[in-house]
Design a protein around this ligand. Structure first.
Ligand SMILES: [Zn+2]
Length: 75
């Protein structure tokens, strides 16, 4: 096993731990403060979602009216 491979395994282990910690926080969070935010999907397209301010969990999809209000608000 070369250095890059060992390093990669170490990084993936750390990422798994971080994902678990994020998951724990999101599971215990009540998502009391949410903000509508632009995000990027895996293809790089912009998507708009209600996101928890505390844990960054995607809480729900905005309605068309909420998107319209948000677009107006951003300008
Ligand atoms: Zn939350």
């Amino acid at each position: 096993m070369d250095d890059a491979e060992a390093h990669m395994r170490d990084l993936q282990k750390q990422r798994k731990q971080i994902e678990n910690e994020i998951n724990d926080i999101q599971q215990s969070c009540k998502h009391e403060n949410v903000t509508i935010k632009p995000l990027h999907d895996e293809k790089g397209a912009t998507i708009v979602r209600w996101v928890c301010d505390t844990c960054q969990f995607i809480v729900r999809y905005p309605t068309e009216q909420e998107i319209r209000d948000w677009v107006g608000y951003e300008k």
